[in-house]
Design a protein around this ligand. Structure first.
Ligand code: GNR
Ligand code: NI
Length: 172
């Protein structure tokens, strides 16, 4: 397993629409292993393949609170089957938008159909942080970042800050 570099905004690749996976094979499993390793090393709870520069519809996640007990989850070609009209608010962050946080409203519950690590079809009823996180990750597959939900002013301030940090290679 290899820790890959996580792309950060502004970056055109993050705005690409990820392509469906045709078959969950060795190559995809290796990608999922690398994604998980990369996510753990960055202390994230989720990661989409496009964040390491691979625009495929693959997500990894681990919401376990105890670092010693790993609970990796893998989602290939996830589709939202049903979503709650009731919203919940969560303070979101993103490894591709370093050190920025904002409260985002999303459906409180959703049902997700996906393929697992072995290519087996699964259905998951998600709520709470799991629902928030899977929707955040699925946005990545569409080239959407959480800052896209903020006002134009807030979003442009964040992008300006990130661009500045990038050019001076300072990470605040
Ligand atoms: O590590 C992460 N934490 C987080 C917190 C609230 C809502 C979503 C997330 S996902 C994020 C990792 C990430 O950027 N995944 O794309
Ligand atoms: Ni993210």
């Amino acid at each position: 397993m290899t820790v890959k570099k996580i792309l950060t905004e502004p970056n055109e690749i993050l705005r690409q629409i990820s392509k469906p996976v045709e078959k969950v094979g060795k190559e995809e499993q290796k990608l999922m292993d690398d994604m998980l390793e990369t996510m753990y090393s960055a202390n994230g709870i989720g990661l989409a393949a496009v964040q390491i520069g691979v625009p495929k519809r693959i997500i990894v996640m681990d919401l376990s609170k105890d670092e010693k007990i790993k609970e990796p989850r893998y989602f290939v070609n996830p589709k939202i089957k049903n979503k709650d009209s009731l919203k919940s608010t969560y303070e979101e962050g993103c490894l591709s938008v370093p050190n920025q946080f904002a409260e985002i409203d999303r459906p409180k519950k959703c049902d997700i159909e996906y393929l697992d690590y072995n290519g087996k079809k699964k259905l998951l009823k998600a709520e709470g942080l799991l629902a928030t996180c899977i929707q955040h990750e699925m946005d990545h597959l569409e080239g959407i970042l959480f800052i896209d939900y903020l006002s134009k002013l807030k979003k442009s301030m964040i992008i300006k800050k990130l661009s500045k940090n990038k050019s001076s290679r300072i990470v605040v």
